[in-house]
Design a binder for this molecule. Structure first.
Ligand SMILES: [Zn+2]
Length: 545
């Protein structure tokens, strides 16, 4: 994408729109606008109207509600601009599939073969045994897992959360994410979204220490330069264990044990036993110690100020997996202590515990963890709707919260609103969730589709080592960029964009800019959840205009 080319004043979901769902476009200048069908017949007209300045983008933005349109192609036109809008059944299947397949491209420790990876094939990487950082004579061979992001590290906290997003996408919306993806396991009788999750789950199992705790991460001491992964031969280390890694792995493996029980009983049992050992370690180590990078280690931190939410999620999942009352009791105690139920990112997993209570356990969770938790969840998820309503684009993010990976809170809020709509049937929640999906796919201040390989104006230079090192013009497809960040950005980014660039435009389409244009497995995964939901909605009978 060439950001020096002025964005168009009409911003749309560049992949298209779904029949049966409301169609929105954002306009930043000009008017009047008219919506025409392909033969030029005017369907609707929109007068030029003054628009308030959107605080995040600094632009005068109006959100045009084009209504529910029959399948077909349309033009949204003003006097000097036009944009083609397509409406079709299930328009987002391909991008959702690509977002899952994007995780396949992050696989470590195996050959990516041309038959699955096309021009992005490469040989196996990071296959040497790793040393325990604290006890260098202890060597372990840990295979597999996903490279976390633009770097080649593998981290338990975000990896467990990303796998859980896939598992819940499958549990809640199986018809929206069940397509074959041309990965090595395709055709083995297990849906490919679960095959892909299993690649990470098998790695997670190897990250457990004999006493039940989980190593926080498997990385080198420093990030690799921009080389292909198989050329990255510096030694990897098992970094010290942490409470949050142990809690997240415990929860994710307990969840996965339920999901895989009907496919592979032995694998399910192995994961449940690992989760129970992790829980026992948490019981024996009640005092939270935040993870800190050892001296001389400069890879990702994934630090956290509390493990209350990880323990809460783990207790919920263990109760769902075993039915043992002590887990319900622990989950109740942790819920009473206060949980954020409407967030689904790596540093706060309270929302994943809430999904377990509201959609898996339901009445079995009891009055506190079902009825009371539901009321609290519905109340908290109103915040996402209020944020969306205050934004010109309908983007559910406060202007002062465009931080590293701003796509995550936006998609997390979409998840909260989707879940609210499932519980209440509220269309306003579902429509606002859809606006977040439109944001990701192009209806934003940058006129940019954030998923590589998709859209008319899309990310071409993500901070992603293989994309930068493989000699191929196009980046690895199906990876979602973190997007604008003016809270924690590099001095070089600040120098280029200055103080006056609005937060939603604080973005550099440049490989070096990890702060605005990195990719990460745990940004792909909530996008998969959101895409799977919208793919799963029944096809309506098209209205006649
Ligand atoms: Zn690797």
């Amino acid at each position: 994408m060439d950001l020096s080319v002025a964005p168009k004043n009409i911003r749309i979901n560049q992949i298209g729109y779904s029949e049966g769902l409301p169609v929105h476009a954002a306009v930043t200048a000009g008017g009047p606008f008219r919506l025409e069908d392909e033969s030029g017949r005017i369907i609707r007209s929109y007068e030029a109207a003054p628009a308030g300045v959107d605080p995040a983008s600094g632009e005068p933005v109006r959100l045009l509600d084009l209504g529910i349109l029959p399948r077909g192609a349309y033009w949204l036109r003003s006097e000097n601009e036009q944009r083609r809008i397509t409406v079709s059944p299930r328009p987002w299947r391909e991008v959702t599939n690509a977002l899952i397949k994007g995780l396949y491209f992050q696989r470590c420790g195996c050959d990516l073969l041309p038959v699955h990876a096309g021009p992005y094939a490469h040989s196996a990487c990071h296959t040497a045994p790793a040393a325990d950082w604290l006890e260098r004579t202890v060597m372990r061979r840990v295979k597999g897992g996903w490279h976390d992001a633009g770097d080649y590290g593998k981290y338990v906290v975000p990896g467990a959360v990303a796998a859980a997003h896939l598992l819940y996408a499958w549990l809640l919306f199986p018809e929206g994410c069940a397509d074959p993806l041309n990965i090595p396991e395709t055709g083995n009788g297990v849906p490919d979204i679960l095959n892909e999750a299993r690649y990470e789950l098998e790695w997670l199992l190897q990250m457990q220490r004999a006493d039940g705790a989980f190593y926080h991460k498997l990385t080198k001491a420093r990030f690799a330069p921009f080389i292909m992964p198989e050329e990255d031969l510096q030694p990897e280390y098992l970094m010290p264990v942490s409470h949050c890694a142990t809690g997240d792995a415990c929860a994710c493996l307990a969840l996965a044990s339920r999901v895989f029980r009907s496919f592979d009983m032995d694998f399910a049992d192995e994961m449940l036993q690992a989760a129970l050992r992790a829980w026992n370690w948490l019981l024996e180590n009640p005092d939270f110690i935040p993870f800190r990078n050892p001296e001389d280690v400069h890879t990702g931190l994934y630090g956290d100020g509390s493990d209350s939410d990880e323990r809460f999620w783990a207790a919920c999942e263990l109760f769902a997996a075993t039915g043992r009352p002590e887990f319900l009791s622990s989950a109740e105690t942790l819920f009473r202590a206060g949980q954020d139920l409407n967030v689904f990112g790596w540093n706060n997993v309270g929302g994943l515990g809430a999904i377990c209570c509201l959609f898996v356990l339901k009445e079995k969770a009891g009055d506190l963890l079902y009825a009371a938790l539901k009321q609290a969840f519905l109340r908290q998820s109103e915040e996402a709707l209020a944020l969306s309503a205050r934004s010109g684009y309908g983007t559910a993010l406060s202007p002062d919260r465009y931080s590293w990976g701003s796509i995550l809170p936006i998609l997390s809020n979409a998840m909260a609103m989707i879940l609210n709509s499932l519980l209440t049937g509220r269309e306003d929640m579902r429509t606002a969730a859809l606006l977040q999906w439109h944001y990701a796919l192009g209806m934003n201040a940058l006129d940019c589709c954030f998923v590589t390989g998709f859209g008319e104006k899309t990310v071409r230079f993500p901070h992603h080592r293989p994309s930068g090192a493989d000699g191929i013009d196009d980046p690895v497809p199906g990876l979602i960029s973190g997007g604008p960040n003016n809270c924690h950005c590099y001095p070089a980014t600040r120098e280029k964009l200055g103080e006056s660039t609005p937060p939603a435009r604080y973005f550099l389409e440049e490989t070096f800019s990890a702060d605005t244009n990195e990719i990460a497995v745990y940004w792909n995964s909530p996008a998969v959840f959101v895409g799977a939901f919208f793919n799963s909605l029944p096809s309506p009978v098209s209205p006649n205009l």
